[in-house]
Design a protein. Structure first.
Length: 113
């Protein structure tokens, strides 16, 4: 399984960004995909996850601002990020979990104050 993340960039506080993660290869039909982020000097943390059936889970810090979704026909994961804050600045990684864990390369999100 290969994961290719895109959509990061520089945005002002209060702005929006949409991240995408395209999966390819031998993708298990039942899986959980998610977004994680890592800020400088901090551990990687969960942002949001979504199962194949659409069940979602969010970190408290992003609830009400971020929306995770997926298009199973395109094997693509999305993260709509609204009302961005400087503390959202991080490298964002997508992950696919089934019988093993696969990580994509990160995409940088920078929110200026």
């Amino acid at each position: 399984v290969q994961l290719q993340a895109s959509g990061g960039g520089l945005v002002q506080a209060g702005g929006s960004l949409r991240l995408s993660c395209a999966a390819s290869g031998n993708i298990p039909s039942i899986n959980t995909m998610g977004w994680y982020r890592q800020a400088p000097g901090k551990q990687r943390e969960l942002v949001a996850t979504i199962t194949t059936s659409g069940t979602t889970n969010y970190a408290d810090s992003v609830k009400g601002r971020f929306t995770i979704s997926r298009d199973n026909t395109k094997n693509t994961l999305y993260l709509q990020m609204n009302s961005l804050k400087p503390e959202d600045t991080a490298v964002y990684y997508c992950r696919l979990t089934a019988w093993s864990i696969h990580w994509g390369q990160g995409t940088q999100v920078t929110v200026s104050s």
